[in-house]
Design a protein around this ligand. Sequence first.
Ligand SMILES: [Zn+2]
Ligand SMILES: [Zn+2]
Length: 261
Amino acid sequence: MKIKVLGCYGGQQVGFRLTSFLVNDTILLDAGSPAEVLSLEEQHRIRHICVSHTHLDHIKDIAFLADNRCVKRFSGYAENRDITIHSLAKNNQILMKHFLNGHIWPDFTIIPNNDDAILKLCDIEPEVPFSIDGVQVTPISVNHPVPCTGFLLDQDGKQLIYSADSGNTDRLWEIANAQPNLQAIIMDCSFPNANQYLADISGHMTPNGVMNDLKKFKQLGSVPVYLYHMKPESLNLMIDQVEALQVPHLRMLTQADELLF
Ligand SMILES: [Zn+2]
Ligand SMILES: [Zn+2]
């Protein structure tokens, strides 16, 4: 399994991109920034997007991936005709009502026509696994103000967990502790410690909150834990606060990271 970080921040500024991870060249975990990073050829390899929730920083580039795929198709490109979005039924309904509604963006689930559209929406359910391009994906319900799932990925007997946006949670750690060959966890760490209240009401983590949740993780210190969704303006302060925790194999992701398992 290959995980390329396209964007790993909880805010967009020059040099700081929104959340998106590319799995094995064809699958995205969230779509905050792929159209900003990937060449057109790389974008056209994408066949699936696992959408954790409908906050704009996780869905923005669905719009531009779909548009680019449509232009490519009309230029005669025959492969990878469509992109399937995998998300909770409630989230897919929100995408249709509030995003791909013909007002905010064209409805690419009926463009160019109903039978052969650019975007397909597939409803998923918590803890019901599905397989895409050789990867088994299991959604895990997490703690955020809107319906949100993290994802457990399993390929060739190796597992990775992505928490998506989440405050403290139990179920994710129960599932993490049950994996036979867990390679890494990617988890939320959005705000510095002084903003614990903000983190609590918005369903996010601080470094201290991360430490509290990690007490539930049996492989802490041996399996790497990578943090994402940092607010760019607080990044340097948060790096110091994470280092002060002195947990081996705990660090923040960067946009240069590519994880290989
Ligand atoms: Zn969110
Ligand atoms: Zn977010």
